[in-house]
Design a protein around this ligand. Structure first.
Ligand SMILES: CC(C)(COP(=O)(O)OP(=O)(O)OC[C@H]1O[C@@H](n2cnc3c(N)ncnc32)[C@H](O)[C@@H]1OP(=O)(O)O)[C@@H](O)C(=O)NCCC(=O)NCCS
Length: 167
């Protein structure tokens, strides 16, 4: 993969195969998520908020990574709280793609009046912890043995970014 200019675009159904492939690659590495297999596009499409899914593409249109968010609750008090996922193709990492995707998510969510973006990160996922810290997320705490992953209880670091402009 080249180091060509990266562009952020709205995720569409045309990106589906590449988005799900990148998701699958991240899942297979074992440190990204409790999920053990990628969803279908229909399942992904139904779950993710339409205005807050973005892809990073190179100059040829190849998808380098994606970010997407879901609502955390249907309670009114939490209407402005979402949880996101961010995945970058293994060959496109460590050159700012993840940071660009998080910046796009912060921008789209703030424009929509969403005040908190959160995520859960395995403590072993150093890359994601650094990425989120750089993007202004803070660590809320560690949820101990919160879920089983391939039969093993795992901790999750809860991180969030509270928008300073939504008051
Ligand atoms: C986590 C992930 C999205 C990071 O994407 P990326 O495009 O490589 O991130 P960036 O290049 O924008 O790096 C952002 C910062 O994190 C740092 N970073 C990235 N990966 C790192 C690693 N493995 N170890 C230490 N620091 C790392 C970068 O150096 C950079 O810091 P800087 O601003 O000081 O230069 C990517 O590694 C990935 O897709 N992993 C698999 C899926 C996953 O774990 N998703 C997150 C689930 S919570």
């Amino acid at each position: 993969m080249t180091g060509d200019t990266v562009r952020i675009a709205a995720m569409t159904a045309g990106h589906a195969d590449q988005v799900l492939d990148i998701y699958r690659l991240g899942i297979e590495e074992g440190q990204a998520t409790f999920e053990t297999q990628a969803p279908t596009w229909a399942g992904f499409d139904a779950a993710k908020l339409p205005g807050h899914r973005h892809v990073a593409v190179d100059t040829t249109g190849r998808v380098l990574g994606w970010v997407a968010a879901v609502a955390v609750s249907d309670r009114c008090a939490y209407a402005g709280v979402v949880e996101h996922s961010v995945y970058v193709h293994p060959e496109a990492r460590n050159r700012g793609v993840g940071s660009a995707l998080l910046a796009a998510l912060v921008s789209s969510t703030e424009a929509a009046g969403i005040w908190t973006v959160q995520s859960g990160i395995f403590p072993e996922n150093t890359g994601s912890l650094v990425l989120h810290e750089r993007a202004g997320f803070r660590v809320i705490g560690i949820r101990e043995r919160i879920g089983r992953h391939h039969g093993v209880w795992r901790d999750v670091v809860l991180v969030e970014r509270r928008s300073p402009i939504i008051t």
